[in-house]
Design a protein. Sequence first.
Length: 334
Amino acid sequence: MGQADVNVNLWLKDTKRFADLFNAILFQGKAVILPENLHPSPETTAVSLQDAQGKNVVKKQYRDIIMNWQDQAVLMLLAVESQTAIHYAAPLKVMLYDSMEYAEQVRVKWKERPPRLSSAEFLSRFQKNDKLIPVITLIFYYGTEEWDGPLELHQMFDLGTEKKHAELMKKYPPNYHINLVDVRRLKNLESFQSDLQIIFGMLQCSQDKYALRTYVASHKDYFQKLDLETYHALAAFLNSRQLMEINVEKEEKEELDMCKALEDIYNDGVQDGMEQGRRSGIAEGEAHGKELGIASQKKEVALQMQKLGYPLDAIAAVLMESLDSVHKILAVVG
């Protein structure tokens, strides 16, 4: 697991966020899963298998996040697998993880077996009235590219060109679906009741520096008071080298201001303006190039915010300019 996934998983392990994620995806935002009914489950599962030589080999799998959900008499296992890159064998991966969870349940039940069993139960290592706990796994995908991998096991098969063969293969080999949560392209963000709504909204505009800066400014009450886990998760979500390199641990603050940190991303555009000025043969040098870059940047931000219906005082706040200056900028843009 990469460092980015570690930070994202630590952030998602918060029971309020975890419950909100599953409630939005499974129950359209209804508060069916309550945080107090969630309890961490062992993230490592192992099964003992025989290899070609007949020797026992232990296979281990490591879950990103898995929790027990106990709702009165109903017990389920809810799991999340984080993906920052497309996984073209995702259905097989999830099927293996879930199968090992079920195999572990069978192993535990067998250890607690009563002294008297039927021959069929002994052969099965599973009693007639035994039941398994269902497992629901979400693929939490936050990569920038649109997911183009398979969403079910059947999509990984080569069914050939013969129609009768294709129908046969679809009918008899069991299928296995994945539950993909592509957070950068989710609809109905209002289904989320926690800060997931704000973060997912940010991710959906994060590929555009100007839109990102505008979005953060419009939610500054949240982004100016981040806890350490959220700050690290945001750095991973944005894949920002500047944000990751800031050693926030040394600041010894309970709340962190990401609005200020994101200025580094905005200033990248200023540097681009300087380079553009030099390439255009501006004789005044770097100082004038920087001024040109800033002015050009502010024009684009102002125009975008105006098109989105933001009032002039909001535009002025984002650009850190007076209302008169904003009027002049928009007059030049127009």
